[in-house]
Ligand binder design. Structure first.
Ligand SMILES: *[C@@H]1O[C@H](CO)[C@@H](O)[C@H](O)[C@H]1NC(C)=O
Ligand SMILES: *[C@@H]1O[C@H](CO)[C@@H](O)[C@H](O)[C@H]1NC(C)=O
Ligand SMILES: *[C@@H]1O[C@H](CO)[C@@H](O)[C@H](O)[C@H]1NC(C)=O
Length: 405
């Protein structure tokens, strides 16, 4: 013990920079040769109105997971006159810091005097509602946002970092990253064990859902298109064009462009496949993340996807008409809008398996499925195909060859 302390003092005197690293990450200091990061880092990348809150909750409620919902919200709100591209690296650096449980990164975006309530949607994090962040629940509890919000908001902000360090998995959900290339340095960082879950949804359903929440999304939309005034009239389509373009790019980068030692670190999931069989998807997501499905969580997923418990607050998948609901745009969105949107998103839709409609008759003919059937689903590097539900292409299905040759 004494020896170690003396050693630490020496290190501190000699190498302040190293010492800092040791202080924030004791495990690297104590076992410098062990290369495996102590934690697993999962980044859920999606866009607005695509079911990512539900997928976030699936992780947040797991007792091994420290979860934060959209921490980069703070970057965008603080620099709301900027563009998504200009903010990309700030978002990336924030994500990196939070993965390392270094919450000082929020000093740039919040006042120094703050408690954990200052974090955007903090109550969506079960970890911030249970010890060591908040002592009014058990770590193993399934905790609703409302209950947590009333009871746990007054705890000091330092609890966030303290809690983060006690979990094996740190999971972040982001809708404000548009390119996997920005994450290259995170993949290369030996202290991170990064995996990406990329969640997409039929752009026509997203578009309809966005129309209903246009006010809430206005500021974000401005940032997505970089406040270009010439786009004002066509903004809803311009925003969707950017979103679709980024999904296509991320998908191509994630499934083809990753170097071979990083394969198996990217998983594409479609909202529509979750709706059809939520539990199968949960099984697959946990397996990808290296988490166990515990019976209590299985029962909870069943409950919320059958209209009980947190269901209405989180997501309405699995209820009897959820599949219909996910197709509501086919009856409510006028065909001219659909056509215009398809024009903006055609490439992404083709690759992600969403079939275009060419007439109002096709759009409203519900016996016509617009979801291309699943392709062979072997998870890269893992051999056996998942139970069902996901959509992850084999290399030969991809536009990779075309792009890389
Ligand atoms: C799911 O619902 C059943 C029946 O209402 C209930 O007994 C059970 O405790 C619920 N499970 C969870 C984890 O909430
Ligand atoms: C779902 O769609 C099918 C086919 O259009 C229809 O027959 C059924 O009544 C719908 N169910 C609900 C609950 O809307
Ligand atoms: C609806 O689509 C199905 C399947 O393609 C087709 O057989 C049927 O004729 C279509 N119905 C109408 C009214 O167009």
């Amino acid at each position: 013990m004494l020896k170690i302390n003396r050693l630490k003092v020496l290190v501190i005197l000699a190498l302040p920079a190293t010492a800092l690293i040791c202080f924030s990450q004791l495990h690297t200091c104590e076992s410098p040769r062990k290369e495996e990061p102590a934690q697993t880092h999962i980044l859920i990348l999606s866009s607005w109105r695509s079911g990512s809150s539900f997928v976030g909750q699936i992780f947040s409620q797991h007792p091994d997971v420290f979860y934060l919902m959209e921490p980069a919200w703070h970057v965008w709100v603080t620099m709301h006159q900027s563009s998504a591209k200009a903010l990309q690296m700030a978002v990336r650096d924030l994500v990196r810091s939070v993965f390392k449980c270094d919450m000082s990164v929020f000093d740039a975006y919040m006042s120094e005097q703050r408690n954990q309530r200052a974090l955007f949607q903090w109550e969506a994090s079960r970890a911030l509602c249970s010890p060591p962040a908040c002592h009014l629940f058990q770590r193993s509890d399934i905790i609703s946002k409302q209950a947590c919000k009333t009871l746990c908001g007054k705890y000091p902000f330092r609890k966030v970092a303290q809690a983060c360090k006690t979990y094996s998995h740190v999971v972040l959900k982001e809708v404000r990253l548009f390119n996997l290339k920005a994450l290259n340095s995170l993949f290369a960082d030996p202290s991170l064990n990064l995996k990406i879950i990329h969640l997409v949804r039929d752009p026509r359903a997203v578009f309809r859902s966005r129309e209903h929440t246009a006010g809430d999304l206005a500021q974000d939309s401005g940032i997505v298109v970089g406040h270009r005034s010439e786009l004002r009239k066509t903004e809803p389509y311009a925003v969707m064009r950017e979103i679709c373009k980024s999904h296509l790019e991320m998908y191509t980068q994630g499934s083809c462009a990753l170097p071979s030692h990083l394969q198996g670190r990217y998983l594409l999931v479609r909202y529509e496949d979750i709706v059809r069989d939520p539990l199968a998807l949960v099984v697959q997501l946990y397996r990808f993340a290296g988490l166990h499905l515990i019976p209590r969580l299985q029962s909870w997923v069943h409950n919320i996807t059958h209209g009980h418990g947190l269901g209405t607050e989180a997501f309405d998948v699995g209820s009897r008409d959820a599949v219909n609901v996910s197709q509501a745009w086919r009856k409510t969105l006028p065909y001219p809008k659909v056509a215009k949107l398809q024009e903006a998103c055609e490439d992404a839709m083709g690759v992600l398996g969403y079939r275009l409609v060419r007439s109002e008759a096709e759009q409203t003919n519900m016996s016509l499925s617009l979801l291309h059937p699943q392709k062979s689903l072997a998870q890269p590097g893992k051999g056996s195909p998942p139970a069902s539900g996901s959509w992850s292409f084999q290399k030969q299905d991809l536009p990779c060859q075309a792009r890389t040759t």
